[in-house]
Ligand binder design. Structure first.
Ligand SMILES: [Zn+2]
Length: 249
């Protein structure tokens, strides 16, 4: 009855399941976002180790009647364990996981690729955490099909002036001209930040993270995109409630 299936995937959530087991949420390339039960994960030393942030090839049993998955084995590509020893990096990575869970339904291979690279870079380029965060949100907005061009207002179609400060339309979840704005004074996009987001929109994730930004611009753009992330996620994000990602990192 059960079928063996496998996919590249990242563990984005893990919780207790009964006394001995864990229920994982996997962002998979082949099956989207799925729940997988890992039997004996809490006690047995022989149990498959699949903690949050683990990236690898997951081998699963699929029960087509119950439409449920159980974990058989995992070939780890990267544990990303280094992230856990750093509070800021941990918060950033948990924020990525929360965003993935809130916005799922987009293109799974692209989301997996973004998540995999973002976690790798948090390990290899910890100093660039703010830019990794910025580009994670900006690329995820694009994957979800919500990224609008920054050359003209998506509502009235007017070309922006070069020095224009963009406002925001909450219904469309997109920047717009001041005439088309709904009230959200916190979502103001100055010309420098707009140019940066516009230029990096066409770059791949890693190249975009390496584009230099001043500390002041980094902080401003990061806080803009964290608010943007909350809007596209449809409400408050747990990982943003403590304020750590907005200030430290
Ligand atoms: Zn407009």
């Amino acid at each position: 009855m059960e079928r063996n299936v496998s996919s590249l995937a990242i563990v984005v959530h893990s919780q207790r399941y009964g006394q001995l087991h864990r229920k994982l949420k996997l962002l998979t390339v082949d099956f989207g976002l799925i729940d997988v039960v890992s039997y004996g994960a809490r006690k047995s030393v022989k149990a498959v180790k699949a903690e949050v942030f683990v990236d690898g090839q997951f081998f699963l049993y699929y029960n087509p009647v119950k439409k449920s998955y159980t974990l058989s084995d995992v070939q780890v590509v990267a544990t990303h364990d280094e992230i856990r020893s750093d509070l800021g990096a941990t918060y950033a990575a948990l924020f990525f996981c929360e965003m993935i869970m809130k916005t799922h339904g987009g293109d799974s291979p692209q989301q997996y690729d973004l998540m995999s690279k973002a976690l790798d870079m948090l390990v290899s380029h910890r100093m660039l955490a703010n830019r990794i965060l910025i580009q994670f949100v900006w690329k995820l907005i694009a994957i979800c099909g919500l990224q609008s061009g920054l050359e003209r207002c998506p509502i009235c179609d007017r070309l922006y002036e070069s020095n224009e400060i963009l406002s925001f339309n909450a219904q469309l979840s997109a920047p717009c001209c001041s005439d088309c704005a709904t009230l959200d004074s916190a979502m103001m996009l100055p010309p420098g930040a707009r140019k940066y987001l516009s230029v990096t929109a066409s770059m791949d994730f890693v190249s975009a993270v390496f584009v230099a930004l001043s500390d002041t611009a980094t902080l401003r753009i990061k806080n803009y995109l964290l608010r943007y992330a909350a809007i596209v996620s449809g409400g408050a994000l747990k990982t943003l409630s403590g304020g750590l990602l907005q200030t430290e990192l």
